[in-house]
Ligand binder design. Structure first.
Ligand code: ARG
Length: 507
């Protein structure tokens, strides 16, 4: 029908929707097609720095990057999940020199320190470095020794990396995130060639002893073009040089056709600069797509950068533990109210799933470009656009399906979805939208779209369930409605799994 100038309304026949739903009922992909032409995709995410604490920025990168990787993998893309850890550079000279003075056993014995100590030592080493010129010189020589491969320095560096790695792994296990570590040090041998090749292209300029490429469209406050420095006057290389080497390696050796970098928005200029230089130098073939996926800050409830009460940066492990502890308190009081007895195992598992999902979902459900306010109370609420709300919808539907006692895998020919009520049609249309949503997230890399979709799905399901009887309905409507319940549960489960969120059968 014509609905005013410029609009035509289409009405979908219920029979079409019914046929589509019947078709996906027993398909584990719920009718979502695989990519026709799977690509090799590198997702560079998480990427904390050795000897430093992982902070909330790394948490965002880890959660968003993992979600993007999961969606691409589900689509059948060939994904390489790379952890570009900061494991190289001048900070190690400083740290090793300092430890040699105050805690030499840390440089020779495994497990002599835990990461907390390491971070404290790092801070002290930095202080010392900033104040003491003789120490600066010692630290510089230490870097030279390390880069030249001196055995004692290498061993010390390895121990420090292992220490941090163990600590990072605790967070990855807790979040159920899989990553392949390939840190900055990996590209170290490839850095001289980056500079040589840039020299050959004629792009390289020497400016006050440093080798750099002047960027187009990036100027300082006096309107002078900004340089991307690839080699400092002392011969050392920069973060950008390593990224140029990594880019070349990923294209040439990993055969990446798409590269996705997940970092805070503060690094947007860094990546824009690196990509501009790489493009001009001809390092990026036309078929390779490169995305920087920026994200905003995590703020405290006071609207400022998230800090602990004493003003320190928040340790991620503490943040996750706190979410789990609060989920546990909520759960225990709910159990008490409902007069339920549950085992310790049940309580611990539910609290963990809810706590971790709440943190992940609070992050993913915001448009990643904006800052968001971290609030345990909001993210753990059973009402609203939260993980517990979605998990609860799933639990409820599973309960109905269980009670209905139907084996959905062995439904006969005559068990079909029949759509009559408005709320059934609304739910049916929404269920069939999932593949479009997944395709859009794959394109725009905005996981909040999937969150919004799942939230609306739960709401539409609840409206349907308020309006339509399920278990008490007459056949064949009863089976049809049970099928709608089951399809909703399957869609929620799949969608949540793509967000890195595990469902619960009871909670
Ligand atoms: N280590 C960096 C940081 O903590 C993030 C690295 C991101 N990836 C990259 N290829 N530059 O900010």
């Amino acid at each position: 029908s014509v609905a005013g100038p410029g609009f035509i309304n289409f009405t979908i026949k219920p029979a079409y929707l019914e046929a589509q739903l019947n078709g996906i009922q027993t398909d584990s992909r719920l009718g979502i097609p695989l990519a026709k032409d799977p690509k090799r995709v590198v997702v560079d995410f998480s990427s904390p720095n050795i000897a430093k604490e992982m902070h909330v920025g790394h948490l965002r990168s880890t959660i968003i990057g993992d979600c993007i990787a999961r969606i691409l993998e589900f689509q059948g893309e060939d994904v390489l999940r790379l952890n570009h850890v900061g494991d190289w550079g001048t900070q190690f000279g400083m740290l090793i020199s300092y430890l040699r003075e105050v805690c030499p056993e840390a440089l020779t014995t495994a497990n002599a320190l835990d990461l907390g100590d390491l971070v404290t030592f790092y801070k002290k080493a930095k202080q010392r470095f900033d104040q003491d010129e003789a120490f600066q010189e010692t630290a510089r020589q230490e870097v030279v020794k390390l880069q030249a491969g001196a055995e004692e320095s290498r061993r010390a560096w390895q121990l420090l990396c292992e220490q941090s790695r163990r600590e990072f792994q605790v967070i990855y296990n807790c979040l159920d995130v899989d990553l392949t570590e390939r840190g900055e040090s990996f590209y170290n041998p490839l850095l001289p060639a980056v500079v040589e090749d840039l020299e050959k292209t004629g792009l390289l300029v020497e400016d006050a002893g440093a080798k750099c490429v002047f960027l187009e469209g990036f100027t300082n406050k006096d309107g002078q073009p900004l340089p991307l420095i690839v080699q400092k006057s002392d011969g050392g290389y920069n973060y950008a040089t390593t990224d140029l080497a990594a880019l070349r390696y990923r294209i040439q050796q990993d055969h990446a056709e798409r590269i996705i970098y997940v970092t805070d928005a503060g690094q947007a200029n860094h990546f824009a600069g690196v990509l501009q230089v790489a493009r001009k130098a001809g390092c990026i073939p036309d078929n390779v797509e490169i995305d920087h996926v920026p994200f905003g800050l995590v703020l405290g409830e006071d609207g400022k950068r998230l800090k602990t009460r004493s003003g320190e940066t928040v340790r991620l492990k503490d943040l996750l533990d706190e979410a789990i502890a609060r989920a546990r308190t909520d759960l225990e009081s709910r159990l008490k109210e409902e007069n339920r007895q549950e085992s310790e195992e049940f309580i611990a598992n539910v609290a963990k799933v809810i706590g971790i999902s709440a943190v992940k979902y609070a992050d993913l459900s915001q448009n990643r470009n904006s800052n968001y306010i971290f609030s345990y109370d909001k993210m753990l609420a059973l009402q609203g656009n939260t993980a517990p709300y979605l998990l609860y919808a799933y639990v409820r539907i599973r309960g109905i399906s269980r009670k209905g006692d139907i084996n959905f895998e062995n439904l006969g020919e005559d068990c079909k979805v029949i759509l009559q009520q408005e709320t059934e049609l609304v739910l049916a249309k929404h269920l069939l939208n999932m593949s479009e949503i997944i395709a859009s997230v794959e394109q725009d890399l905005l996981p909040n779209r999937l969150c919004q979709y799942l939230y609306e799905l739960s709401q539409k399901f609840n409206q349907f369930y308020e309006q339509c009887q399920v278990l008490k309905a007459e056949e064949p409507v009863r089976t049809s409605r049970l099928m709608l319940c089951d399809l909703t549960a399957q869609t929620l489960k799949l969608g949540l799994s793509l967000l890195g969120i595990q469902v619960l059968d009871r909670m």
